[in-house]
Design a protein around this ligand. Structure first.
Ligand code: KIV
Length: 289
C-alpha cells in the first residue's frame, strides 16, 4: 500500500494513536519501516545527532536532502515528512515553494515547518499548490534558542491562548497535522480536542493524537542529555561502546579474524602454489591451513 497522509486523519477519527519517529538514514529507516511506525520524520534534529551541531539552526537544505534520500531508500510503507530547515521557508513564499518541491520530488510525502501565525500565509500557499504541510508550534528549536532557550510553553493563560489561536489558524490554512512541542499537557490536550487535524506531541503529554520522539533519544545513542519527556527504550550508547571495545581487544589479541571469518585456499592449490615458490629463491613457504 502506498503511504498516504489521509490515513492519519482517519486514525484520529477512530481514536487510534499515531506513531512518529525521526529517521535520517537508510539503515534506521529500514528498522523503523519494518516496526510499523506511521510516520518517519526527517527532522532537522539530524543536525545535532548526525552532524554534531550544537542546535538545528545551521542545518542546510543540501544536508536535509541527503538525509531524506537515505530514509526514502530504506522505507516502503511509511509516510515520510521532511523538516524544512531554518531559512528555507520563512521569508519568501516562492523560495519556500521551490524548497518544499525539492523534498516532494525526491520522494517525501509532506514537509514540516515551524512557526505560529507568522507562518500561516506560507502554509496556505504551499497547501494551495498541493504540498501537504505539517505545522509545528510550542517550542520551536530553530528560533527558541535565539530568544528564551528551550522552555516549556503554555504555562500561563496568555501563552495557552496564543498557542490555541496559532493552532486554529494553522488548521484553517490547510495543514494536515500539527506538531506540539514542549507544551503543558492540559493545553496540548485542549488544542488536540479543538482541531480536526491530528496533533503529534513531543514533551506535551498523552492527550495529543500521536507522539514523536527522536530515534537516537529513544534508543539511547545520543546521550549528551536526556530530557524529562524522553522515554529511553534501550541504552545503545553503552551497548555499541561495549561492542567497539570487544572488537579492538579481539584484533589486538589476534582473536579476530579467525577461520570462521576468513577464506581458505584448497590444499591442492596450495601445493601447487608452494611448488611455484620452491622455484623462486628467498620466498617463505606457506603452511596448508
Ligand atoms: O527535528 C525534529 O526532530 C523535530 C521533532 C522533534 C518534532 O522537529
Amino acid at each position: 500500500m502506498i503511504p498516504n497522509i489521509s490515513l492519519l486523519q482517519q486514525k484520529k477519527k477512530k481514536g487510534e494513536k499515531i506513531t512518529v519517529v525521526t529517521a535520517y538514514d537508510y539503515t534506521t529507516s529500514r528498522i523503523c519501516d519494518e516496526s510499523g511506525v506511521d510516520i518517519l520524520l526527517v527532522g532537522d534534529s539530524a543536525g545535532m545527532v548526525m552532524l554534531g551541531y550544537p542546535s538545528t539552526i545551521s542545518v542546510t537544505m543540501e544536508e536535509m536532502m541527503v538525509f531524506c534520500r537515505g530514509v526514502i531508500n530504506g522505507s516502503n510503507n511509511t509516510v515520510i515528512i521532511a523538516d524544512m530547515p531554518f531559512g528555507s521557508y520563512q521569508f519568501d513564499q516562492s523560495l519556500a515553494f521551490l524548497n518544499a518541491i525539492k523534498f516532494i520530488k525526491l520522494g517525501c510525502h509532506a514537509v514540516k515547518i515551524e512557526g505560529g501565525v507568522e507562518i500561516v500565509p506560507m502554509i496556505r500557499k504551499l497547501t494551495e499548490y498541493g504540498i501537504p504541510v505539517m505545522g509545528h508550534i510550542g517550542l520551536k528549536p530553530q528560533t527558541s534558542l535565539l530568544w528564551e532557550g528551550y522552555k516549556v510553553q503554555g504555562k500561563t493563560a496568555d501563552s495557552a491562548i496564543a498557542l490555541h489561536e496559532q493552532a486554529i489558524e494553522i488548521e484553517k490554512a490547510g495543514a494536515f497535522s500539527l506538531v506540539i512541542e514542549l507544551v503543558t499537557r492540559q493545553v496540548a490536550e485542549h488544542i488536540s480536542r479543538s482541531l480536526t487535524i491530528p496533533t503529534i506531541g513531543i514533551g506535551s503529554g498523552g492527550g495529543c493524537d500521536g507522539q514523536v520522539l527522536v530515534f537516537h533519544d529513544l534508543v539511547g545513542s545520543y546521550n549528551k542529555f536526556n530530557p524529562k519527556f524522553v522515554k529511553q527504550y534501550l541504552e545503545s550508547f553503552q551497548l555499541l561502546l561495549g561492542a567497539m571495545k570487544n572488537y579492538i581487544s579481539d584484533v589486538k589479541n589476534g582473536k579476530f579474524p579467525d577461520e570462521d571469518h576468513s577464506f581458505s585456499i584448497s590444499e591442492e592449490e596450495l601445493l601447487k602454489f608452494n611448488k611455484y615458490l620452491n622455484t623462486t629463491e628467498n620466498i617463505p613457504k606457506l603452511n596448508p591451513k
